[in-house]
Design a protein around this ligand. Structure first.
Ligand code: ZN
Ligand code: ZN
Length: 306
């Protein structure tokens, strides 16, 4: 592995990764089980849309990236024909399988998603990361806002992942020093410590490299170890972590300045790394601990607040 951006992602079926996570983290099997239909639907959708060309990536400029401007910052929303609508209804059906307690809420989305107005607005709200864009519409049409947001985010994740597949290799050797994603600008949903390989003096890793995984597009990039990825404070009196004695390789990094947290897994001694496409959902017990103590997640994925 060279550079500060990873391009050799987990591919193929999720089953192996699911089994490893279940045996490693039995506490949240239920959430992981609920997420599996969604993750599988997402993989299917990605395969089906492999040839989708509804977007144009801007040419990456090393200087802009170095200044902290994500590649997609000024990219307009992709030109969706019926793709968003189709994927949104597939994702809503998968969500229904995983989350039976949201069945009627998700039905209110499925029953309306064929409307261009509804699918268009849900897409835009997910693209902009702004729930307020669909509040009025949901009220007017009697659609559950929670289910519409969850559907919109899950569907948009498919398209962001497809964009990332092309964008990642383009920026792989460019410098990026921010805690948000260099491709889509989202904050990480999980961090991983990996064994040091070739090293970047700026990132100074003694014993392990800290990698962040994007909750939006799945991109992975390296980040300084003792800095809050959200507000960038480096003061150690503001940075703490919560860890249990029994599970020293899992910890919650918390920041007293911005009150955000990030779950962090030390995989240096693991035979196989956790599959990051699903790992964030396997540690929801840590989300609960952090949120009970008043911290907010860096990436609001919808799942860490269920
Ligand atoms: Zn991203
Ligand atoms: Zn912070």
């Amino acid at each position: 592995m060279t550079g500060n951006t990873r391009t050799d992602f987990d591919t193929g079926p999720l089953s192996a990764g699911v089994e490893i996570l279940k045996s490693a983290v039995p506490a949240t099997e239920a959430v992981l089980n609920a997420y599996i239909p969604v993750a599988e639907a997402k993989l299917h959708a990605i395969e089906k849309l492999e040839k989708w060309k509804g977007f144009t990536l801007p040419d990456p400029e090393p200087l802009r990236l170095e200044q902290g401007v994500p590649l997609m910052a000024e990219m307009p929303m992709p030109r969706f024909k019926s793709e968003f609508k189709t994927i949104a209804s597939v994702m809503a059906a998968a969500l229904k399988k995983g989350l039976p307690n949201l069945q009627s809420e998700l039905d209110s989305v499925i029953g309306n998603i064929e409307s261009d107005e509804v699918s268009g607005k849900i897409a835009l709200s997910a693209w902009e990361g702004d729930p307020e864009l669909i509040e009025y519409l949901c009220n007017e049409k009697d659609i559950s806002l929670e289910a519409a947001l969850l559907t919109g985010t899950s569907a948009m994740n498919v398209f962001l992942t497809l964009i990332q597949k092309q964008a990642g290799p383009l920026i792989k050797d460019m410098r990026w020093i921010k805690g948000y994603c260099p491709v889509c600008g989202s904050f990480p949903d999980i961090a991983l410590f990996r064994k040091s390989g070739t090293d970047d003096p700026y990132l100074k890793s003694h014993g392990g490299q800290r990698w962040l995984h994007c909750g939006g597009c799945g991109h992975e990039w390296r980040f300084k170890r003792s800095t809050c990825a959200f507000c960038e404070t480096e003061k150690h009196e503001e940075l703490r972590y919560l860890q249990s004695e029994e599970r020293p390789d899992e910890r919650i990094d918390v920041c007293e300045k911005c009150k955000r947290y990030l779950i962090s897994i030390d995989s240096r001694e693991y035979i196989k790394e956790p599959d990051l496409r699903i790992a964030a959902k396997a540690y929801v017990h840590l989300d609960m601990i952090a949120q009970e103590k008043g911290y907010k997640p860096m990436a609001e994925t919808g799942w860490n607040s269920i």
